[in-house]
Structure formats: structure tokens, C-alpha cells
Write a protein that binds this ligand. Structure first.
Ligand code: ADP
Ligand code: MG
Length: 248
């Protein structure tokens, strides 16, 4: 049996607001096997970003449990990488010096040469070789997102949590990045939770799609994606998959 790297059981959470508690999550169940890719979809405001904060250990749920690698999550962890819609790259640092940043924190004894070698390996995988000495402002939005993905992965986190990372990109750039994500995962099979409101993206990237809805939200259903590993975008436009997207 495959171990579930991420296990979220019966999670409930409410925010304290001036007008009283605002219940956001009311029964969240998510299991992500090691090395697999879970796409979480749900309408805006349903608690998706809240879910990422709970898994990353940045917040504690009111009820229920979050487990990572067989350990109860009680605070932030170095083994979690995060990616967001608007990545903050440090403008005064070059791309390579942005990418190695997590290594400076989690692997202070690693030599600079080793850090750079690791970062260059990732930059090559995402097609940014030759841009390592540029400043972030010299790169397009898609390239900045690629660089920030490298930064999220440079320290080999067990888990990558992505909160609508491709939401601000145009369609062509977004589809390129989907392909890059698949390539990266083939090279380094990290476990991923991707938050998205794009159903096509959820099915193209996910091994399972978890649907949240309701107010407060709960896990409505979980769909296993039964598509080949070398899937292309074309496969999503064939009738069975198009039907699946329709049902979602
Ligand atoms: P999503 O990412 O799905 O759009 P969020 O998890 O960001 O949803 O937010 C869910 C709900 O909780 C929203 O109604 C939002 O306004 C509210 N919310 C989020 N963060 C806070 C907070 N820190 N304090 C109070 N309310 C919050
Ligand atoms: Mg959000």
C-alpha cells in the first residue's frame, strides 16, 4: 500500500471577525499518496488558501487533524515548499541568487558552489539556462513564475503547495508551465497540492481532483484522474475527458 504523505481528516476552521466567527471549512478530508499530485478546485472564497495555510502549518485548525509524513503538523516545516500567484522575487538579487535563497536558510553549511549547481540543474529543467545572472525585472511573468518554482523546489521539499500559481498568466504561457510542471515531476517526483479554479488545469496536472464547495466548505467529492502519464493537452479535448470536465 502507498503511504499517504498528506492526510487531512475532518478539518474545521472558522476565522474570528469583528462580527463573530466566520466558519470557512466544515469537514475537509484529503489524502495525498507520496509522489502524487492532488488538484483542489472550488469557488473563490471557499477556503482553498486557508487549506494551504493549514497544511503548511502556518495555522492550526479548530478541529480535525493534518498529518505530513506520519507526523501531526503543529507548526511551519522546512520540508514544505510553497508557490503563489504573484511570486515575490527579490529585485536586488540575480535569478540564481533568488533560487538558492532557501538553501541559505535550510542548508547553511552547503557550499556556494553546490548551491549554485543545484539551482542551475532546476533552471535548466524549466528552460531558464542563460538567465541566471539577470534581475527578476528583466524576465517576463512566465519566466518569473518558472524561477520561483525553482526556488520552491531547490531544497527538495517533500511537499509542494501551490496556490493558484498560474492564475495571472496568459493562456499560452500557462499551458507551457503546465508542461514544465509535468517535466519537473517526472525528474523529481515530489508530492503536490495544487489549488486552482481552472478545471482543465486540475485534470491535466492532477492524479486526483478534490472538489470543495458549500458555505462553509467541505470536501464534496474526490475524482481519480485516469489518464496516461504522458498525457498531452489534446487528450483533454477528447469526448470522455471533456465529459469529465463537464461533470466537475
Ligand atoms: P479561497 O482561497 O478559496 O478564495 P480563502 O481561504 O482565502 O478562500 O478565504 C475563505 C474565506 O475566509 C473568505 O470568505 C475570506 O474572506 C475569509 N478569510 C480568509 N482569511 C481570513 C482572515 N485572516 N480573517 C478573516 N477572514 C478571512
Ligand atoms: Mg485563495
Amino acid at each position: 500500500m502507498i503511504e499517504n504523505l498528506i492526510e487531512i481528516k475532518g478539518v474545521k476552521h472558522a476565522y474570528a471577525t469583528a462580527s463573530g466567527p466566520l466558519p470557512v471549512l466544515d469537514g475537509l478530508d484529503v489524502s495525498v499518496p507520496e509522489g502524487s499530485f492532488a488538484a483542489v478546485v472550488g469557488p473563490s472564497g471557499c477556503g482553498k488558501s486557508t487549506l494551504t495555510r493549514l497544511v503548511a502549518g502556518l495555522m492550526k485548525p479548530d478541529e480535525g487533524e493534518v498529518w505530513l509524513h506520519g507526523e501531526r503538523v503543529r507548526g511551519p516545516r522546512k520540508t514544505v515548499g510553497m508557490a503563489f500567484q504573484n511570486p515575490v522575487l527579490l529585485e536586488w538579487r540575480t535569478i540564481i541568487d533568488n533560487v538558492i535563497l532557501p538553501l541559505e536558510i535550510v542548508a547553511p553549511r552547503m557550499s556556494r558552489a553546490d548551491r549554485i549547481a543545484r539551482a542551475m540543474e532546476l533552471l535548466e529543467m524549466v528552460g531558464l539556462t542563460g538567465f541566471e545572472n539577470k534581475r527578476p525585472s528583466e524576465l517576463s511573468g512566465g519566466m518569473r513564475q518558472r524561477a520561483s518554482l525553482c526556488r520552491s523546489l531547490v531544497h527538495k521539499p517533500d511537499v509542494l503547495i501551490m496556490d493558484e500559481p498560474f492564475g495571472a498568466l496568459d493562456n499560452f504561457t500557462r499551458e507551457d508551465l503546465w508542461q514544465t510542471m509535468r517535466d519537473l515531476r517526472r525528474a523529481e517526483p515530489f508530492t503536490t497540492i495544487l489549488i486552482t479554479h481552472d478545471l482543465t488545469e486540475s485534470v491535466f496536472l492532477g492524479d486526483q481532483v478534490i472538489v470543495l464547495s458549500g458555505r462553509p466548505a467541505r470536501t464534496q467529492y474526490v475524482m481519480q484522474v485516469d489518464l496516461p502519464d504522458d498525457r498531452t493537452l489534446d487528450v483533454l479535448y477528447t469526448p470522455p475527458v471533456a465529459d469529465m470536465l463537464h461533470i466537475l
